[in-house]
Write a protein that binds this ligand. Structure first.
Ligand SMILES: [Fe+2]
Length: 242
């Protein structure tokens, strides 16, 4: 595992290599993806057959989710693997596994997009079952990939990428227009940051106007978006499910 900078911010020459564990920022994003993909199959299975309104709403959410993961993986492909191969040639095997897993996930995301488009217009039960099954599959593939990446690639990337390169990656991510509502993503990210670190995380990661916007309107929009994603079923329905 990599070594964090001491709290003074000055490198400690007695421990090498010294890094700031910048991959921790990506681990937070991974946690958000784990949550969103883990809950997706259930969201589809819960739709009443024929409820095209709900299916259309979820179709937008699922397309946003697949697009977001494509963006995330493209950024990793652009910024990580060539540099890791060059600077840590002994880790070539891990890089090959990462590239292969990204391709597998990418193929599954494309399949999801196709199945979403087939399901949403009629909210047919058989289409929902097919879509939910592939969502289960991508959830499994992704869980395996994220664990492999965090264990086998991130410690190496922490050691071989410079602070300026991590800053460049983070600037690139902020430049992309998110395919899901911004405040939904911000709220989800906030939830995966351990509570005692949340204020410091916000101060570090969000510009002041964004922090203000989140406090004034963003938090409420996040809660509203979550309620739309997970509406509470009527009492009668909940009782029938028990
Ligand atoms: Fe990845």
């Amino acid at each position: 595992m990599t070594t964090r900078l001491p709290s003074t911010g000055a490198p400690d020459s007695s421990t090498a290599p010294v890094t700031a564990c910048r991959s921790d920022e990506v681990v937070l994003i991974h946690r958000m993806f784990r949550r969103l993909f883990a809950e997706a199959p259930g969201l589809v299975r819960d739709v009443t057959p024929g409820d095209t309104r709900r299916a259309t709403f979820l179709a937008r959410h699922l397309h946003g989710l697949t697009a977001l993961l494509h963006i995330h993986h493209h950024a990793e492909d652009d910024f990580f693997w060539d540099r890791m191969t060059e600077r840590a040639p002994a880790c070539g095997l891990h890089v090959a596994v990462m590239r292969r897993q990204h391709q597998t996930v990418s193929d599954q995301l494309d399949e999801i997009d196709t199945l979403v488009d087939a399901w949403a217009p009629g909210a047919d039960a058989a289409d929902a079952a097919r879509l939910a099954a592939v969502l289960d599959e991508v959830d499994r593939t992704l869980a395996e990939h994220l664990a492999d990446e965090e264990r086998d690639a991130f410690p190496v990337l922490d050691a071989v990428l410079s602070e300026a390169e991590w800053d460049e990656i983070s600037a690139h991510a902020q430049h992309e227009k998110p395919p899901l509502p911004l405040f939904l993503l911000l709220g989800l990210l906030m939830e995966v940051v351990p509570e005692p670190e949340r204020a410091a995380w916000m101060a570090r990661e969000l510009p002041a106007p964004m922090r203000l916007a989140y406090r004034v309107v963003g938090r409420r929009r996040y809660e509203h978006a979550l309620r739309r994603l997970h509406p509470v079923p009527p009492m009668s329905e909940r009782a029938a499910r028990r």
